[in-house]
Structures are given as C-alpha cells and as structure tokens.
Design a protein around this ligand. Structure first.
Ligand code: AMP
Length: 191
C-alpha cells in the first residue's frame, strides 16, 4: 500500500514499482476517473464528489476494490495506491485481504510538506487539467487527508506496518528510498 497526501507522488512511484515488482498498480483514483470518463452510473455518482475534493463513500469504494482484487492478474500481488483513505476502509481491506489470503507486505507513506504539494498539484493542473487539482480543491483535499486519512497512517504506524519515506526529491531519489524500505521476501523467494 502506498499512502500519502494528494500530490505526494504515489501514482508516479507506483508506476515505476510495478515494473520492478512485476505486479499491477491499482489506483482507486484512476478506477474512478475511468468510470467518470465512461459515464457509468458509478462514474456519474462519483464525479461531483471527486470534483468537490471529498471522498467517495466507503461502501462504493469497497465494491470497486473487491471487484478489482478478485481479477486474475493480482494473484501474485499488487500495489495499492489511494486506498485505504479512512479507518473503515483500512478495516475492510484487512478483511478482504484475509479472505484472499494475501497479507499486506508493507505500507509506505510518502511524506511531502503542504507547500510542496501546492506547487506539484499546480503543475499537474497545468499539464493534465485534472479538475480536482484546482487550487481551492487541493486545499479541500489536504483538509480531507488530515481529517480522514491521517488516522489511517497512525493506525499502521501503531501496528508497526508503516514505512515512512521522505517524498521530497527527484523521482529517482524517492524511488530508491522506497525500494530500501520494502521487505526483501520476494527476492528471497526467488533466490
Ligand atoms: P486520487 O487520484 O487517489 O487522488 O483520487 C482522486 C479522488 O478520487 C479523491 O479525491 C476522491 O474523491 C476519490 N477517491 C480515490 N480513492 C478513494 C478512496 N479510497 N476513498 C474515497 N474516495 C476516493
């Protein structure tokens, strides 16, 4: 699991990690954005919530995640980006992974201060035009992160599952820091 505030680089790092680890990158934000683009009933519901900077309901998110995690390509593992974002989601994830027999290997937190986030999302807004990167909405998303997702980070910290990584630096620097904190069990298994 990759966790961090909006604009902390989770998506960018997950894209690199999937090549290294040879497992799919599952971004709940990307899944929602495709549903919005496809105009499905789910997408229609999610769109306004996303554009306001708020979170889509835990119930809807669990449905999306469950469907994705029961696909064949995740049998050997996956990188989860953007989930869990609330304590009930963390709980649901634990139960779902228990049922699938796929325990969490690591929870990596990308730590980036708010001033860097404002700058990064401003650039992303210019480059990609994501409606929720509009500065006012970013402020809202940071607030939502502090209120609803920071407790999830604390939960994993108390559990001893959290690996904290400094997310400020070049993409390559941050990537190397992530690799350094990941358990090496995959290597050991293939050695
Ligand atoms: P992201 O690309 O991960 O920043 O997600 C973009 C938006 O999708 C978020 O601001 C939320 O509105 C919604 N979203 C993505 N993942 C979740 C989640 N796990 N729970 C609730 N809402 C989510």
């Amino acid at each position: 699991v990759l966790i961090g505030s909006p604009g902390s680089g989770k998506g960018t790092q997950a894209e690199r990690l999937k090549t290294e680890l040879q497992v799919p990158h599952i971004s709940t934000g990307d899944l929602l954005r495709s549903a919005v683009r496809a105009g499905t009933p789910l997408g229609q519901k999610a769109r306004a919530v996303m554009e306001s900077g708020n979170l889509v309901s835990d119930e809807i998110m669990l449905g999306i995640l469950e469907e994705r995690l029961t696909a064949n390509d995740v049998a050997d593992g996956f990188i989860l980006d953007g989930y869990p974002r609330t304590l009930p989601q963390a709980d649901a994830l634990e139960q779902l992974l228990g049922r699938l027999g796929q325990p969490l290997d690591a929870v990596v937190e990308l730590q980036v201060p708010p001033e860097n986030i404002i700058e990064r999302t401003r650039k992303r807004f210019q480059a990609e035009g994501r409606a929720d990167d509009e500065p006012e909405t970013v402020r809202k998303r940071l607030e939502v992160f502090a209120r609803q997702t920071a407790p999830v980070v604390d939960f994993y910290r108390r559990n001893g599952q959290l690996k904290e990584v400094d997310g400020v630096g070049t993409i390559g620097e941050v990537y190397d820091r992530i690799l350094a904190v990941l358990p090496r069990s995959r290597d050991a298994a293939t050695a």
